[in-house]
Design a protein around this ligand. Structure first.
Ligand SMILES: [Mg+2]
Length: 229
């Protein structure tokens, strides 16, 4: 359904648990917070706090830690190997990559910079402040802002349909579901909570273990006939 014959295509992707093996918040809880710390993510799952508030509290609990210690955890997330090369191949084939995250741009920038990857990122802004931990806020611009998640991933996907030809989406979490609903069945890549939630509402998904499989599947798509002059 390419609206513009010359439009590029786009793969919109979650980061934590999708482009990485592990979620940053989960590693923080496991490696840095005391074992008797409140389980903010369980409170989110129980509907007691928003996703944004759960993450904000977990990151604020890093107040007693040095930034270097936390950066070490960022690099233990298991980013997709050779990501820069995969992104370059996608670009050469007409597919841009856009990251949408309900997490914080502070650790996303650390990861992408280390991997030499430069792509569009929509995430909650944050900074590490000694004595306050990782301070995360909702985006300043209302354009893609969500009160509950911080970043409205579905709004990013809807915007992409205006600017791009084909739109694919990959994710693994509950905040990914509204965005995943919007794309064509064969361009909806899911694992984990997203795959289960999609199945619950009868939404087909394509499974993956590592993000490279999503990239290869997208690269294997035939060029759209609409793009042929
Ligand atoms: Mg995720």
């Amino acid at each position: 359904m390419a609206q513009h014959p010359d439009a590029r295509d786009v793969l919109i992707t979650d980061l934590d648990g999708t482009l990485t093996e592990q979620d940053f918040y989960a590693l923080v809880v496991e490696r840095l917070l005391p074992s008797d710390a409140p389980d903010h993510f369980a409170a989110f799952r129980a509907g007691e706090v928003t996703h944004f508030e759960a993450l904000r509290r977990i990151f604020a609990a890093l107040a007693d830690h040095d930034e270097d210690e936390v950066v070490e955890v960022v690099h233990a997330m298991g980013l997709q190997p050779n990501l820069a090369a995969l992104v370059a191949r996608l670009r050469a084939a007409g597919w841009d990559v856009v990251i949408v995250s309900a997490g914080c741009d502070w650790y996303i920038r650390h990861l992408l910079d280390a991997a030499g990857v430069d792509v569009e990122v929509h995430a909650n802004p944050g900074r590490f402040v000694a004595g306050q931990g990782l301070v995360m806020q909702r985006p300043a611009s209302p354009r893609f802002r969500s009160e509950t998640v911080g970043v409205d991933k579905a709004a990013v996907v809807r915007d992409a349909f205006d600017r791009y030809g084909r739109v694919a989406f990959a994710g693994d979490g509950l905040p990914d579901l509204p965005a995943a609903r919007l794309v064509a069945d064969h361009r909806r890549f899911a694992r984990g909570d997203l795959a289960r939630a999609a199945a619950d509402e009868g939404l087909p998904t394509r499974p993956f273990e590592r993000w490279a499989e999503v990239a290869e599947a997208v690269l294997a798509e035939e060029p759209t006939s609409e793009c042929t002059p």
